[in-house]
Design a protein around this ligand. Sequence first.
Ligand code: AMP
Ligand code: MG
Length: 335
Amino acid sequence: MNRFSALGLIFLISSLFGCTQAAQDVHETRFLLGTLVEFTIHTKDEKTALKAISKAAQVMQQVEDTFTTYGDVDNTVKQFNQADVAQAVRLAPEVDKLLLQSISVHQQSHAAFDPTLGVLNKLWGFSGEHLSKKPPTGAQIQQALAQSGVQNIQKTEQGWVKKVQGLALDFGAIAKGYAIDQGIQVFKQYGFTQAIINAGGDMRILGQHGDKPWRIAIRHPRQSQALGWVQVEHDTSIVTSGDYERFYIYQGQRYHHILNPDTGKPAKRSQSVTVIAPTATLADAWSTALFVLGSEQGLKVLKKQKGLSVLWVNADASLSQTHDFQMRDLAHKTE
Ligand code: AMP
Ligand code: MG
């Protein structure tokens, strides 16, 4: 064999090898946004996928730093929360945008979603480092409610102002979804078309898993076995709000982290709500709003709210859903 044909053979073998190398799941897990975040990209290009995952994790960490009301990092949300009445605070552009989106969900959900519950959320103490073990008193709840409410904030030319002393913003019900969307944006910029970012059960998916839709299990709010599963594909998000995520039992009653802005107490109509929506931001905000509303009111609100598929596990453990939410039961493994 002469030198050229030997080179040709090597080229042929390597290109054949390149063609047959199958796509695989490139997978990494990081601790972000107070939870384990799993990144998966289905691709042949592991090296670029790992770069994209690192970049996505970095972008999601920035979102956390921009919105968090905990820890030492300074941000404009904390600046607003510490400001006095009528003192205008310029929020970072991302915060401004998400606050406007939150106010829009507030209006559409008949005030079930409220981004101004910072004082109330801290009073209940589900999100700090130490979980409370005992509910606050009625007087404490009333005082915290007086320091909340979207009607008590206003956007002016100089920035956002609060109308009552102490009022604090809290993006805990929407920022995780927003962070997932930003992570997926990074994957898209890298050109990946088959991927998933799963932040503690809240996720956005791209494309398919190989040549099949992604299959997502839905957690049972009271049992370790899944409730069922759904098939999702292309660019879709699926987010669940549940009363099992952060809770304690006091004198036989469950107290959890999703609060009804009407009563100032944990919302009682649902055990969990799963929302499928085009973005994780929307799915996150609406899963919280529809949890508070419960299925009866929630289904009425959804008549005006297109593009959301929803499943409730109601307080009495019965199921309600929009007609397009297709949950498969566990026996139904192939379809
Ligand atoms: P999620 O787990 O997405 O349903 O969000 C719950 C978190 O959002 C809580 O830990 C609070 O920080 C905040 N939150 C609680 N109740 C509400 C509500 N009714 N509207 C908006 N945010 C809320
Ligand atoms: Mg939410």
